[in-house]
Structure formats: structure tokens, C-alpha cells
Design a protein. Structure first.
Lengths: 182, 519
């Protein structure tokens, strides 16, 4: 009888550890793994962080169409649009463009732009050496700004991809910033 | 040891009890109450959908009804019903005197009523109850949620804790307390399916707890797990939810498989065909359930390789499931069949669950699912598996074991009437939903286009019939307990096998204080 009680306690303890481990698994494995997989595989059109250009070799034989799209999240009141909506670029070349942002509200606000690439397969071949999306964008009441973007389309971009669409969604994060500051 | 004593007197018996039969009975009654509550929400849904246009309720309230119907039925009715059945039957089936952890057993039941009081209470709060669907996808359940969502999260945490404790208890009992001679491969199938179900529970209920904890942090503590504005991703929520949610659907159905594997041999007067393959099929289904979750989210924009993987893995589940269905049919083949109420429900289960399985196969095909996704076809599919699957099996078990529980016979004619009315009502409700779904009627919408009107009216009439038949069930159970014909035969059914039929009827308060010898 005594050994049975001991066995029951042992089984219970093991299972309790499994339950706690599964709870931790969500936070320490599933979330980071999802982010890593999305980054590595370019799923969801996520783009990478700042890219350091090594050597610049321009593929002059090929042209790729790059389209820019600007979206707003929820009731974001800002004006936000690309200065040009479409350009043709050579893979390997460094290109520059700007997005135009305007805060029409009578208060200072902070925004964050979240990029997404379509087709998702192109995400790993689209490099940004400089992007306003790397930082939060504060604008005072009524202020306008030109937000710069410098990018390179990789020469290894699969041949069947002729058009890349880069979409930015602008989020109002004023409250979030205030909350972390205070 | 030795001395048998009865239950304590008065109401405190139920609050303080550590007896597996008392706790099993509490679970069963609680789940039936939740079944009626969730059912009344369904009646409101069907009443609103009786005709196109908005008649009875506001769309906001309709959303709360679809959400609460799902939550209450899944977490309040089906899961506790099978936990109750496990508590009542597993110790008797394996020749153990009680559950391994009787005090924890009391606790895991008694935290449930407060959890569901909190959940149901959200309906009366400012802004209403949860309105984001039972799958509570972010950001509907975070950024756009009513303030009561915090109570919802708290409720989910409590019911998750209850399930985990219940599952640990069941595993500890089965692993350590089997009668001498009862090897694993001699265990009754209900015990086997519950052992595997309990492992699924221990593995995935913490994942659900993690998901709602992240929601809580996103809402109140400024994190952004699911908010793109802060670098998170709402699609992550769907992955986490369905990593819990897919094993969850097998948590709901595996114990039902177990019950049916007892009832069909008993009324065929033949041993179960393919016992070993039943065990292996159950285990394979459980394993596969962990690698198919994204078939719920084919339309989120996965890479083609992902769609293919989840499509193949999902269709693979049909193999062990079909093995089970063929085993049940082969058990009946050339058997000496009789059709008492438990057998009617069991056969109804096999037929209707198989239909649900076939529609599941249709849904598993990724390109086809792009059309079926979030339509009434999905609603029809999962009601065929959950209502005609889990709930028919549960009704079958009540009729199968109620004489063992009460020592009284239920009214057979009323039982058969319950079955036939349920069967007709159920099919009238859900079969037309296949058609409106294929024609494009979206789920969780209070209004619909005119061409769906006839089928929806049929659905609603069927739902009222099905709902009413459950009141007949309740009446039959109460009538059995109060005035059913007394009968102290140990073996209710002449073809039934198992240790639970060796104790008197009604089963005494304490059974198998001395373990039996299993040959």
C-alpha cells in the first residue's frame, strides 16, 4: 500500500512538471520559434532588419517593378502616402524613395510603420539599408515629414518574380509610448 | 479498511466529498446543467435565424450567443461530462477503490461552478459578454474586446486548472491502481481512451492558459504578442490557439470512442473486434492531433509547402479513424443484435460521426477549404462530430450505466423516443446546413441572404425539436432515479463485459476495497 502511495505521488509530480513545462513552452519556445521561422522563411512577408551592403554589383540586364502601398490601422488620422507608387529598379542597385507623412491632429503623436512584402517569397531578397520603419516616428501637432527608405533588391531574386509590392501599415502608438515612458 | 460506511448526511456531503462516485455524479449533473444553458443560447441563435432579417435580438447580443454557446458546450458540457463519467466508471472498471487523489478530485470539481458563474456573469456586465467567437481570435479578443474579457480570461484559467488536475488524477489512477493481473492491454477501452485523452489534456490545457495569459498581458500590461503595432502578430494567436484547439477536439471525441467500444459489443453479444488496433488507432490519432493544427487556418496565407504538409497530415487522420469505424461495424457483423436505447445511440453515433468524418475529409483539402472556410458547412461538420459524436455517446452512456448508478431501470420506450426525436431533430437541424454552407452562407452572422431562408427555417425547427428531446431525457433520468423499477441484478445487460458489472446495483458507496484478481 505504501509503495502505491509513493508511485501515485511520483506520477503526479511528473505530470505537474509536464503541465508547467507546456505552459512555459508557449512563451519560451512557440513565440520565439514563430518569429524566427517567419523571419527565416519570409512567411507573412516580414522583412529583415537593417541590411549592410557589402559589394555593389548591379544587374543591368534585368528590371524589377517595385510598388509602394500605404495603409492605416484602425482610426489612425495621419496622412501617409508614398511619393511615387511604382518604380522600375535594377537588382543590386541601391535605390531611394520617401514616404510623406502628415499629422493633422492638434496633438503630438507617435507612429510605427509595419512593413509587409508581397509575394512573401520575395521578402528575403528585399533588403533595406535605411528605413523609417526601424524607428518610431514622432510628429508634433500639424507637422509634416518625408520619411526615407533606402533599399536593394537582391540579384538572387527568383527570375519569375517580376513585381514586388512593399506595403506599410501605420499604427498609432502614442498611448503605448506614453505608457512605457511614465 | 474493512468497515464500509455510507456517505455523510446533509448537503455537506456534496461539498466535502472525496468519493469518486459522488464527484462523478456532481460532474454529470453540472455538465447537464451547462448543456441546458448552452442549449438555450443555441435556441436563441436558431430563433433569430428562423427568418432572414433581424427580428429578436441585436447583432451584438447574437455574437455573444454564438460565443457563449460554443464556450459553454465545449468547456462546460462535453468536457466535464466525460470527466464525470471517468470519475464514476474508471475506478470500477480497473478494480480500484477510488481515484488516486481524492481530495484534489473534490477541488477540481468545485472550482468549476465558480468559473462558469463568472463566465455566464459577463453577459450582465457593461459592454456585454465575450462576443468574439469561441475561438477568441486576437485582435477581436484583445484590442476590440468588451471590458468583460478579463473575466473571461480568468474563467478560462480556472476551468483549465480544473481540467489539468482532473487529467493528472485520471492518469495517476490508471497507471498505479489497476487490479492485480490487469495489464495495459487488458484494460477496458474506455479506460484506454481516457488515459490517452488525459495525456492530451496535460499537454495542451497549459497551452490554452498561455494563450489567454498573453491576451491578458496584451490588454493590461502593454505587451504586444498579438499586436502588429508593437511588433507582434495576430496570426501567432491562431497558431497557439489551434495548437491547443486541435488536440482539444480529440479530447472531446476519444472518450466517446471508448464508450461506444463498450456498448456495441454488449448489444452485439460478441467481443469487440480488433481490440489491439483500437488502442493503436487511438494513440495514433492522439499523436497526429499535434501536427495538424494549421488546417484550421488554411486561409491565413501560409506558404504552399505548409498547406501541403497540414493537408496530408490531416487526411492521414482518416486512416486510424476509419480503422475504428470498421472495427465497430465488424463487431456488429453477424452478431446477435438487440436495439435497446444505448445501442440505438451507439449506432446513431457510428453513422452520424462517420458523416462528420467525411465532411472533415472534404475540409482537409486545402484548396477546397478556401471555399468552405467559415461557412455553415464547417458548422454542420463539427456539430456532426460533437453533437452526434460526443453528446450521442454521452446519452448512450447514461442509458447504459444508469441502472448501475441507481439500481433502477429507466423507461425503455421513453429512452427510444428520446433517441428517435434527437436523431430526427439533429439531422433536420444540421443536414441542411451543409447545403447553405456550400452555397456560401457565412457562420456567426445574425442575418442572411434570402436564398438561404428555407433551409434555415428547417434548421431552426430541427433545433427546437432536438432541444425539446433533451427535456424528455432529463425527465426520464429524474423519473428513473425517483420511481424507476428497482432491480438488483449486477449485470444490467447480458452481453456486457467488465469489472463494473461484478458489483451490485446500485454500486455501493465503496467498491473494490479489496482489489479483484483479473485473469
Amino acid at each position: 500500500m505504501k509503495t502505491q502511495e509513493k508511485n501515485i505521488l511520483f506520477t503526479t509530480a511528473k505530470l505537474a512538471v509536464v503541465a508547467v513545462a507546456m505552459f512555459a513552452f508557449v512563451f519560451v519556445v512557440m513565440v520565439p520559434l514563430y518569429n524566427v521561422l517567419c523571419d527565416v522563411l519570409g512567411i507573412n512577408g516580414r522583412t529583415g532588419d537593417r541590411y549592410e551592403a557589402t559589394e555593389i554589383v548591379i544587374d543591368t540586364d534585368r528590371q524589377v517593378e517595385v510598388q509602394f502601398v500605404a495603409n492605416f490601422n484602425e482610426e489612425m488620422p495621419w496622412g501617409f502616402k508614398p511619393s511615387v507608387t511604382m518604380v522600375k529598379v535594377n537588382p543590386g542597385a541601391s535605390n531611394e524613395t520617401v514616404f510623406l507623412a502628415h499629422n493633422p491632429m492638434p496633438k503630438d503623436m507617435v507612429a510605427q510603420a509595419i512593413p509587409s512584402i508581397s509575394p512573401a517569397r520575395a521578402a528575403e531578397y528585399f533588403h533595406k539599408t535605411e528605413c523609417f520603419c526601424f524607428n518610431e516616428q514622432p510628429l508634433t501637432a500639424g507637422e509634416s515629414a518625408e520619411l526615407p527608405l533606402v533599399y536593394i533588391v537582391d540579384r538572387d531574386l527568383p527570375k519569375d518574380i517580376k513585381t514586388i509590392t512593399l506595403s506599410y501599415t501605420l499604427f498609432d502608438i502614442t498611448e503605448r509610448v506614453q505608457r512605457t515612458d511614465s | 479498511m474493512g468497515e464500509h460506511h455510507g456517505p455523510a448526511k446533509g448537503i455537506s456531503r456534496w461539498f466535502l466529498t472525496t468519493n469518486h462516485k459522488d464527484i462523478g455524479a456532481l460532474y454529470l449533473w453540472f455538465s447537464f446543467a451547462m448543456f441546458l444553458l448552452g442549449g438555450s443560447f443555441a435556441m436563441i441563435i436558431r430563433a433569430e435565424l428562423f427568418q432572414p432579417g433581424l427580428q429578436l435580438v441585436e447583432p451584438e447580443f447574437f455574437n455573444q450567443m454564438t460565443t457563449m454557446h460554443g464556450l459553454v458546450m465545449v468547456f462546460g458540457a462535453i468536457m466535464p461530462a466525460f470527466v464525470g463519467l471517468a470519475n464514476y466508471m474508471i475506478p470500477m472498471m480497473i478494480g480500484a477503490p477510488d481515484m488516486a487523489l481524492p481530495r484534489m478530485n473534490n477541488w477540481s470539481f468545485w472550482i468549476l461552478p465558480p468559473a462558469f458563474t463568472i463566465l455566464a456573469g459577463t453577459l450582465f456586465m457593461e459592454g456585454g459578454g465575450p462576443n468574439f467567437g469561441w475561438t477568441f481570435y486576437a485582435p477581436l479578443s484583445t484590442t476590440y474586446a468588451p471590458p468583460s474579457v478579463t473575466f473571461f480570461i480568468f474563467g478560462v484559467h480556472i476551468m483549465g486548472l480544473s481540467s489539468i488536475m482532473g487529467a493528472i488524477n485520471i492518469i495517476a489512477t490508471i497507471v498505479n491502481m489497476r487490479a492485480p493481473g490487469m495489464t495495459y492491454m487488458k484494460m477496458p477501452l474506455f479506460v484506454w481512451t481516457w488515459l490517452i485523452t488525459a495525456f492530451l489534456l496535460v499537454a495542451v490545457m497549459p497551452v490554452l492558459a498561455g494563450a489567454v495569459t498573453m491576451m491578458l498581458m496584451d490588454i493590461h500590461f502593454g505587451t504586444s504578442f498579438f499586436s502588429a503595432a508593437g511588433g507582434g502578430d495576430p496570426v501567432l494567436f491562431q497558431h497557439i490557439f489551434w495548437f491547443f484547439g486541435h488536440p482539444e477536439v480529440y479530447i472531446i471525441i476519444l472518450p466517446a470512442f471508448g464508450v461506444v467500444s463498450h456498448i456495441i459489443p454488449a448489444f452485439s453479444r460478441k467481443p469487440l473486434f480488433g481490440y489491439d488496433s483500437m488502442v493503436y488507432a487511438t494513440a495514433s490519432i492522439a499523436f497526429l492531433s499535434f501536427i495538424v493544427w494549421a488546417h484550421h487556418m488554411y486561409t491565413v496565407g501560409m506558404p504552399v509547402a505548409g498547406e501541403l504538409f497540414f493537408m496530408y497530415a490531416t487526411t492521414l487522420i482518416a486512416v486510424p479513424t476509419a480503422a475504428k469505424v470498421f472495427n465497430w461495424i465488424t463487431t456488429m457483423f453477424r452478431g446477435s443484435l438487440s436495439f435497446e436505447t444505448p445501442m440505438l445511440f451507439a449506432i446513431g453515433f457510428v453513422v452520424l460521426f462517420t458523416i462528420g468524418g467525411f465532411t472533415g475529409l472534404m475540409l482537409s483539402i486545402a484548396p477546397a477549404d478556401f471555399q468552405y472556410h467559415d461557412t455553415y458547412f464547417v458548422v454542420a461538420h463539427f456539430h456532426y462530430t460533437m453533437v452526434a459524436g460526443a453528446i450521442f455517446a454521452m446519452s448512450a452512456s447514461v442509458y447504459y450505466w444508469i441502472h448501475k448508478w441507481t439500481g433502477r431501470r429507466y423507461n425503455e420506450s421513453m429512452g427510444k423516443a428520446h433517441f428517435w426525436i434527437s436523431f430526427l431533430g439533429f439531422n433536420l437541424t444540421f443536414f441542411p446546413q451543409h447545403f447553405v454552407g456550400l452555397a456560401g452562407m457565412p457562420r456567426r452572422i445574425p442575418d442572411y441572404a434570402l436564398q438561404f431562408a428555407d433551409f434555415n427555417m428547417m434548421s431552426s425547427i430541427g433545433a427546437f425539436i432536438y432541444g425539446a428531446s433533451q427535456l424528455l431525457f432529463l425527465y426520464n433520468v429524474i423519473a428513473t432515479i425517483r420511481s424507476g423499477k428497482k432491480d438488483d441484478t449486477a449485470k444490467t445487460w447480458d452481453g456486457a463485459e467488465g469489472l463494473e458489472w461484478e458489483v451490485p446495483s446500485p454500486a455501493p458507496y465503496h467498491t473494490f476495497s479489496v482489489p479483484p484478481q483479473v485473469k
